[in-house]
Design a protein around this ligand. Structure first.
Ligand code: NAP
Ligand code: MG
Length: 729
């Protein structure tokens, strides 16, 4: 039977779900629409690994291969190892019989447990569910709202020293090699060491005809030179030093790179005490925070702690994630995530926070140069032409390649920290060498796959979006980069399969595409960015944050290749800072607009698939209610004392009920919602004051990774009047 699956995830979106889902379920029920939930939270995924909960993620992954799939996917935590450990601890304290996270895989038991936990780390949800390409845009109503209520993009200072530092050679971009496979094959990845030993890194990598396979390496000796220079440059010019990586999605490569940055900053300490730290299991890859918290257990811990303090004093000033709490840019690998952190910095006039809580210019270090130029180009543009004005600029929607785990770089099973000098080769079943790299111990080598069907579908989707929205489309591909050169051949081959008459379709390298899109956006013109998987992620934070202040207000649809739909909510993450605010002040600033937007096409698809016209009436009414919601400015404020997430849900429920009561297409539904619309309209002042009354005190939700259902529900549904009105439906 057709149904909509609403996902339970983590942090702020999970809290919002405690308030919003009861509304959705109650309304949907009246229209005969079945809604079920599935838990794909970090806690749920950990428990599933040990048979302590259903494996909802695998179930949903399977479902995406069927046309009835209709999944509303909220953002979830892509856990770093420190987050994983914290979640394990909380679950153990709640009585779940989970083993500790083994620090090493020294025995069989350790390796089995580690392998299970590895399945919960990093970006493990999205590659399973995203069995289609991505269509993300700011809906017209959101652009209209932003034009009317423009947020502030601060100007850069007159002589702003903010800049991007990136490698000019020897990195993933420059070392890349790529091939397109002529036939189905089985590949093997092997390291042949300088001593002549053959180590198979990956015995069997199945590939299909037409698939693009590439390999590349980041040379660690060169990374160290680059980092030494960047540290010296930041110190000399007196700006903050900040590093911007994606340790969540690139879960293998980027924590290693992060560790090198920590080691480069504290090079003297690692030279002197490196063995002590290693013996105590304290790894630079886990960040300064985890090292500092482990020091008290060491006999010379106090001495090392003093050395860290002195190094921070002597080195370039670090940017801070939280100045009050002393959390630096180097504390936690997953605190600073490039796609969210760079646009936030640009919106803030190129400034980040320093140790004293004041803001300053920064040297933003993005080691690999594949996409660093995009941010450098935006920074140059804003320095030259001033900040982008949300009241007048156009928009840059995105069509992103991501189906069948296309271009999942740096994660999963094809990225390795090379143990010894030698040559890494990718060979086919016939033993022919397809790709080969000279490597040194410590280099990071990665391979990446991109299947043909997703590329073909991506080209189709790009043309369809360009046609539907009458907007020029630019493929962000660099003919001088090996992988992109292969994709360009495919784009050129597949474009003629579509009617592109009268459409403007270009292929530009990312830096030029950025400059071109910025020039147009300043003139109030729209340009679709048709990108690979990584730029899909980056651009759908970058442009929304500059255009409408946040990536939360995005329509984010994944038309599944098998015919169903995955409806993501917004383009942002799970906003951990919002949880802190709820716990300390009982105030949740999470904006659920992304959920509202996702629900509309989900209901539409339900209506079409289940031949249930009432679901379409529900969708149309919700669409109009959301427009009223924006018009009336009912999104949560940022600060205590204003309307928060719960209040915003009340208003959505009110407008939605009013629209349902007023529509004439389905008399039964109109009748069903008549009383509720009247009750909510009359009770508005009472409900708003009941919601306001709870603010300002700490809130107990009974956990972080696995909140207590009853407690969280009580916190998120504090208006008796509203709850009773809903129950009466
Ligand atoms: P983030 O969660 O997007 O948070 C960055 C900031 O964006 C927030 O602090 C908040 O700004 C703003 N924001 C995002 N969504 C919002 C919403 N709906 N309403 C209001 N403000 C919103 O990015 P992050 O801190 O880089 O990542 C946090 C976690 O989310 C990580 O575990 C990451 O892996 C995960 N993530 C998941 C997905 C996904 O599942 N699709 C996508 C991205 C990230 P203010 O604090 O200024 O209000
Ligand atoms: Mg992103």
């Amino acid at each position: 039977m057709a149904k909509i699956i609403y996902t339970h995830t983590d942090e702020a979106p999970l809290l919002a779900t405690y308030s919003f889902l009861p509304i959705v379920s109650a309304y949907a029920k009246k229209a005969g629409v079945g809604i079920e939930t599935r838990d794909i939270s970090l806690a749920g995924r950990i428990l599933a690994q040990f048979g302590l909960a259903d494996d909802a993620l695998s179930e949903l992954g399977e479902l995406t291969g069927h046309p009835e799939a209709n999944i509303i996917k909220l953002p979830n935590i892509s856990a770093s190892v420190p987050q994983l450990k914290a979640a394990i601890k909380e679950l153990q304290e709640k009585g779940y019989a989970l083993p500790d996270y083994p620090e090493s895989a020294s025995d069989t038991h350790g390796s089995i447990v580690r392998a299970k936990y590895a399945k919960a780390v990093g970006s493990v949800v999205n590659p399973v569910l995203r069995q289609g390409n991505s269509d993300r845009r700011a809906p017209l109503s959101v652009k209209a709202y932003a034009r009317k209520h423009p947020h502030v993009n601060k100007p850069f200072g007159e002589s702003s020293k903010t800049a991007v530092a990136t490698m000019s050679d020897h990195d993933f971009k420059h070392n890349e090699k790529s091939v397109t496979l002529a036939a189905d094959d089985m590949l093997t990845i092997t390291l042949e060491t300088a001593d002549g030993e053959k180590k198979v890194l990956l015995p069997e990598l199945r590939v299909l005809a037409g698939e693009v396979v590439d390999a590349t390496s980041l040379q660690v000796s060169e990374l160290h030179k680059f980092l030494r220079d960047a540290l010296a440059q930041a110190k000399a010019s007196g700006v903050l030093f900040s590093v911007h990586l994606k340790a969540t999605m690139m879960k293998v490569s980027d924590p290693i790179i992060f560790g090198h940055v920590v080691q480069a900053y504290f090079s003297d300490i690692f030279a002197k005490y490196g063995d002590d730290l290693a013996a105590a299991g304290l790894s630079a890859n886990d960040g300064l925070g985890s090292i500092l918290s482990g020091l008290p257990a060491l006999p010379n811990g106090t001495e090392i702690e003093k050395a860290f303090e002195a190094a921070l004093e002597a080195g370039p000033r670090l940017s801070y994630v939280n100045s009050d709490k002393g959390i630096t840019n180097l504390h936690v690998p997953s605190d600073v995530i490039v796609d969210a952190s760079m646009p936030a910095m640009i919106r803030n006039g190129g400034k980040l926070w320093g140790a004293d809580g004041g803001t300053d210019d920064t040297l933003a270090v993005i080691p690999d140069s594949s996409y660093a130029g995009v941010y450098a180009t935006v920074i140059e543009d804003v320095k030259k032409n001033g900040p982008l004005d949300p009241a007048t600029i156009g928009t840059v929607p995105n069509v992103g390649l991501m189906a069948q785990a296309a271009e999942e770089y740096g994660s999963h099973n094809k990225t390795f920290e090379i143990p010894a000098d030698g040559t890494v080769t990718v060979t086919n079943a016939a033993g022919e060498v397809l790709l080969s790299h000279q490597v040194a111990a410590g280099d990071i080598w990665r391979a990446c796959q991109t299947k043909d069907i997703p590329v073909r579908d991506w080209v189709r989707l790009a043309v369809a979006r360009a046609r539907d929205s009458k907007t020029p489309a630019v493929f962000w591909l660099d003919e001088n980069r090996a992988h992109d050169a292969e994709l360009i051949k495919k784009v050129r081959a597949y474009l003629p399969e579509h009617d592109t008459d009268g459409l403007e379709i270009k292929i530009l390298a990312p830096d030029q595409a950025t400059a071109y899109s910025l020039e147009r956006i300043r003139a109030g013109l729209d340009t679709i960015s048709v990108t690979g998987n990584v730029l899909r992620d980056y651009n759908t934070d970058l442009f929304p944050i500059l255009e409408v202040g946040t990536s939360a207000k995005m329509l984010s649809i994944v038309p599944l290749i098998a015919g169903g739909g995955l409806f993501e909510t917004g383009a942002g993450g799970s906003a951990p800072k919002h949880v802190q605010q709820l716990v300390s002040d009982n105030y949740l600033r999470w904006d659920s607009l992304g959920e509202f937007f996702a629900l509309v096409p989900s209901l539409e698809q339900y209506a079409a698939y289940a031949k249930a016209p009432a679901a379409r009436v529900l969708a149309d009414a919700l669409d109009r209610a959301t427009a009223t919601f924006l018009e009336a400015d009912r999104s949560p404020g940022r600060k205590l004392g204003t309307l928060d997430n719960r209040g915003s849900h009340f208003y959505l429920a009110l407008y939605w009920a009013q629209e349902l009561a007023a529509q004439t297409e389905d008399a039964g539904l109109a009748d069903a919602f008549k009383n509720l619309a009247e009750t909510l309209t009359a009770a508005e002042p009472a409900i708003v004051s009941e919601l306001a009354a709870v603010q300002g005190k700490p809130a107990d939700i009974g956990g972080y990774y696995l909140p207590d259902d009853e407690k969280a529900s009580a916190v998120m549904r504090p208006s008796k009047t509203f709850n009773e009105a809903l129950a009466s439906l």
